[in-house]
Design a protein around this ligand. Structure first.
Ligand SMILES: *Cc1c(COP(=O)(O)O)cnc(C)c1O
Length: 361
């Protein structure tokens, strides 16, 4: 059976060795006689999986002790409400940078619970850049300052963090978590849906400074209160057990096969470099993002001719390069080259693009 090169923005490709291990352990996990899917989440054997997953995430990301790691559900999208419910509790205000649809959704949801203020936006140019920020325009009283660190749809990334002083910086890292080292101590909170770079859909990870927990509004549903999950070790109710298991395998791969986030960053920069170098030299294809704002995870590009874009996507699919159609708001193509996309996959894609360019010049 041939596997394709899957450039999906999410759910996305997983390391093949992880899938093989999962397959080997499907019927009988470590002599338990059960699949991980079938286990009680309160069993000893499962406890080792969830605590092992958290320990590995802490190690790989170098998460300080005064941060809780929570395994949640509901996707990054639920965090758009959970964050204001838990954090918008003093001035009732928060600052937002609108760099795309996810950032906008976080802002819109927070507006339902308090005063959400837009500090800057790149909507004027279809979110093709990260706006320059002036800390003088930030609200010193804000309960938090929200950014989307890597913009999955538009292919932009913050290369410097906003200087928010004592205001906790909260970042949606759904599409860049584990792609390179990150200084967790610079943030009040980080959160991510797992299905881009951590594992399968169904798991949402929140990494949150302890002092930000325990101040939720009275109306907050129990399941939406970070305290609930922090107190219960992410076991208040049934956690997404199988997704956590796969996440643990992904972290083992990242630690043992890749050698940690410094190495992962080098590999990701190599992959992105191969694609951007070609885009910058091509006469047919061009990247849609300003150079200084480029993401190393999501790379949108166009030919400038919609019919040719369609033809490219169709022919690419036939050659085993799948899920490369761009988001409808950008058009064209988008190659998501998350951690599990091998360098060979990007090289093969660029070779195919060169051929297509020759034939369609
Ligand atoms: C995919 C994505 C989301 C949405 O995640 P869900 O888990 O589907 O809710 C939010 N933010 C970013 C940056 C994403 O890439």
């Amino acid at each position: 059976m041939a596997r394709v090169y899957n450039f999906s923005a999410g759910p996305s490709t997983l390391p093949e060795s992880v899938l093989k291990t999962a397959a080997d352990e499907m019927l009988d996990y470590h002599g338990s006689g059960q699949s991980v899917m079938e286990m009680s989440h309160r069993s000893k054997v499962y406890e080792e999986i969830i605590t092992g997953c958290e320990a590995l995430l802490r190690e790989v990301m170098n998460i300080p002790d005064n941060y809780k790691v929570l395994f949640l559900q509901g996707g990054a999208s639920s965090q758009f409400a959970m964050i204001p419910l838990n954090l918008m509790n003093k001035s009732g205000k928060a600052d937002f940078v609108i760099t795309g649809q996810w950032a906008k959704k976080a802002y819109q949801e927070a507006s339902r619970y308090g005063t959400a203020n837009v500090v800057a936006s790149s909507a004027d140019k279809t979110f093709s850049y990260i706006p320059t920020l002036d800390p003088a325009t930030f609200d010193k009283d804000a309960d938090y300052f929200h950014i989307c660190l890597n913009n999955t749809i538009y292919g932009t990334k913050f290369h410097t963090l906003p200087e928010t002083g004592d205001v906790p910086l909260v970042a949606d890292v759904s599409s860049c978590i584990l792609s390179e080292p990150i200084d967790v101590s610079k943030f009040g909170m980080l959160y991510a849906g797992a299905q881009k770079n951590m594992g399968p859909a169904g798991l949402t990870v929140a990494i949150i400074r302890e002092d930000l927990i325990g101040h939720a509004r009275d109306i907050t549903p129990t399941m939406f209160n970070y305290q609930t999950h922090a107190d219960a070790g992410s076991m208040y109710n049934t956690p997404p057990t199988y997704a956590i298991y796969i996440c643990k395998l992904v972290l083992e791969w990242l630690k043992n096969d890749i050698g940690g986030l410094e190495n992962m960053k080098k590999i990701n920069e190599e992959k992105a470099g191969i694609l951007y170098d070609y885009l910058d030299s091509s006469k047919l294809f061009k990247g849609t993002v300003e150079k200084g704002s480029r993401s190393i995870m999501n790379v949108p590009f166009v030919t400038g001719d919609e019919e040719l874009d369609k033809k490219f996507v169709a022919e690419a699919g036939k050659k085993g390069f799948v899920n490369i159609k761009g988001h409808r708001t950008v058009g064209g193509m988008r190659a998501s080259i998350y951690n599990a996309m091998p360098v060979e996959g990007v090289k093969a894609l660029v070779e195919f693009m060169k051929e297509f360019e020759k034939e369609n010049a």
